[in-house]
Write a protein that binds this ligand. Structure first.
Ligand SMILES: Nc1ncnc2c1ncn2[C@@H]1O[C@H](COP(=O)(O)OP(=O)(O)OP(=O)(O)O)[C@@H](O)[C@H]1O
Ligand SMILES: [Mg+2]
Length: 249
């Protein structure tokens, strides 16, 4: 299987604290992969490496066949356009309307004219289930679920190859959580996004089991399990068993 992201013996050390330990993982292209782990396991640090925001102390990282540590600042700027990011709490610009938030990457990074931008924002809103009445509202005038939709539309604006979600449902009510999870599935699995690779960081084991094609478990900087969801559920690894049993009862 083709990899979107390939970590090869990745080690990251801050001072004398080793946060990622000789970590290797091949994240498959076009699939939904979730990285699970306790707080402090190194999940966000790993994600920062994917984006080239941090450099490995040792080892190599290839994203879509590019060796990330060798990229110059200019190349990194271009490189990051291949990613869409959906953060916890959506991280919208508070003073910008839905339209302005979604249009932001288009005005910033493309040469599209106003009419083209309007058309693209319209299409993006449709694809994440946002209605026209949200167009001129500020984030504070939208529900949590709507804000997530706006954040996702913005993340999809530049047609990314890889979509990164950092704890997309933390702090949401159960109904909004379900909506966001359904949205992740539709976004990752529709015909026109067949090649889109989704990588999710999560604590939510239930949702993870439902939406992921592959699951990795990160513990103290090491991947202790990485398998298709069906196999992951049957793991006998004691730490993961405990995590699974703790959160599924
Ligand atoms: N820039 C940094 N300098 C020093 N230590 C860091 C730095 N970034 C992360 N760490 C340390 O690395 C460890 C892993 O942090 P990280 O944020 O990757 O964990 P996480 O798995 O994302 O946790 P959470 O689930 O709480 O978000 C922590 O002990 C943290 O203190
Ligand atoms: Mg984190």
């Amino acid at each position: 299987m083709e990899s979107a992201i390939s970590c090869q013996n990745l080690t990251k050390t801050f001072g004398d604290h080793t946060v990622l330990k000789n970590l290797s993982i091949e994240i498959p292209k076009g699939k939904i992969t979730t990285i699970l782990g306790y707080s402090g396991a190194g999940k966000s640090t790993l994600m920062k490496h994917f984006l080239g925001l941090q450099k490995p102390t040792k080892g190599k990282l290839f994203v879509l066949d590019k060796n990330v540590s060798t990229l110059s600042d200019d190349e990194l700027r271009n490189f990051r356009k291949q990613f869409g990011m959906l953060f916890q709490y959506a991280a919208l610009f508070d003073s910008l309307t839905t339209f302005q938030n979604i249009a932001f990457p288009l005005t910033e990074f493309t040469k599209m004219n106003q009419a083209e931008i309007e058309q693209r924002v319209n299409d993006l809103m449709k694809s994440v289930g946002l209605q026209e009445q949200s167009l001129h509202r500020l984030p504070s005038e939208l529900s949590g679920g709507m804000r997530k939709r706006v954040g996702l539309a913005r993340a999809l604006a530049l047609e990314p190859d890889i979509l990164l979600y950092d704890e997309p449902t933390t702090g949401l009510d159960p109904i909004t959580t379900k909506m966001v999870n359904d949205l992740i599935i539709t976004t990752g699995r529709t015909e026109n996004t067949k090649d889109l690779t989704s990588v999710i960081i999560s604590h939510d084991i239930q949702a993870t089991l439902k939406i992921s094609d592959y699951i990795a478990f990160l513990e103290k900087g090491e991947i202790i399990e990485f398998s298709p969801t069906k196999e992951f559920k049957k793991t006998t690894h004691p730490t993961i068993r405990m995590f699974l049993d703790l959160t599924t009862h």
